[in-house]
Write a protein that binds this ligand. Structure first.
Ligand SMILES: [Zn+2]
Length: 90
């Protein structure tokens, strides 16, 4: 019985932990296109693609080294993503 209560507590803690994370995480807009916004290479479904979140927007690049280039002019690439997304919705 004792083991069961411990298991219940652990499960409960895990659940509460997950909910807290969800509550603190801001809503992230998913990367809307299949290609790297920097070089145009296909990144969708690529396990080695580099994904990060910039100001609530998920960004997927083909490699981590490209993040430096992204952060030099992020507004330019965010606009490209927004434009591409708008095009997709048409
Ligand atoms: Zn790229």
């Amino acid at each position: 019985m004792k083991n069961l209560s411990i298991l219940v507590v652990i499960t409960w803690l895990a659940t509460v932990g997950t909910q807290a994370d969800n509550a603190t995480n801001k809503v992230v807009k998913p990367y809307p296109i299949d290609h790297c916004i920097l070089c145009g290479m296909l990144v969708k479904g690529r396990a080695n693609a580099y994904t990060f979140v910039y100001q609530g927007q998920e960004i997927r690049l083909c490699s981590k080294s490209e993040r430096q280039e992204f952060e030099r002019t992020p507004a330019k690439y965010l606009k490209k993503i927004a434009d591409a997304e708008a095009k997709l919705k048409k």
